[in-house]
Design a protein around this ligand. Structure first.
Ligand SMILES: C[S@@+](CC[C@H](N)C(=O)[O-])C[C@H]1O[C@@H](n2cnc3c(N)ncnc32)[C@H](O)[C@@H]1O
Length: 126
């Protein structure tokens, strides 16, 4: 029995949604989601292409360890692993500005970024 099970047994279930339940101050995945969850360590200095793609990447308060060129490389690699509607979360005091042009802020959301929307080229006059 892990901590989450103990908390659940104690009846501290304070909420739920489609993917999991908030038990005390921790979330637990629901039964449908659990088989899809894998935990593994990964060094951001390595090429993530073998990991596949991600709809959401949480990379909060990690870039602080790296120099500018390395931050650019890491963010560009993450961008390459996201679909067009993918989302990147950085720490509230972190930014992509001056580091990469692959991401732009999600309007009105601090620390949340989407792939930079490239405006459609102007249609050639007929
Ligand atoms: C300040 S903690 C932030 C933890 C968490 N993301 C948060 O916001 O609470 C920085 C994390 O970056 C991780 N980290 C440092 N260098 C890394 C690397 N090269 N690859 C992957 N993670 C790294 C550390 O292991 C540590 O967990």
């Amino acid at each position: 029995m892990d901590d989450i099970d103990r908390i659940a047994e104690a009846g501290v279930d304070v909420g739920d949604d489609r993917q999991g339940r908030l038990l005390g101050d921790r979330w637990t995945a629901n039964a449908a989601l659990k088989p899809m969850v894998r935990f593994r360590t990964f060094n951001l200095l390595e090429d993530p292409s073998a990991l596949g793609s991600f709809d959401v990447v949480l990379c909060r308060n990690v870039l602080i360890y790296f120099d500018q060129a390395t931050k650019t490389k890491i963010l560009d690699r993450i961008a390459a692993r996201l679909p067009g509607d993918g989302t990147l979360y950085l720490g509230g005091s972190e930014t992509v500005f001056g580091i990469t042009e692959r991401f732009e802020p999600v309007p009105g959301e601090r620390g949340i970024y989407q792939l930079t929307r490239v405006p459609a080229p102007a249609r050639a006059a007929a």
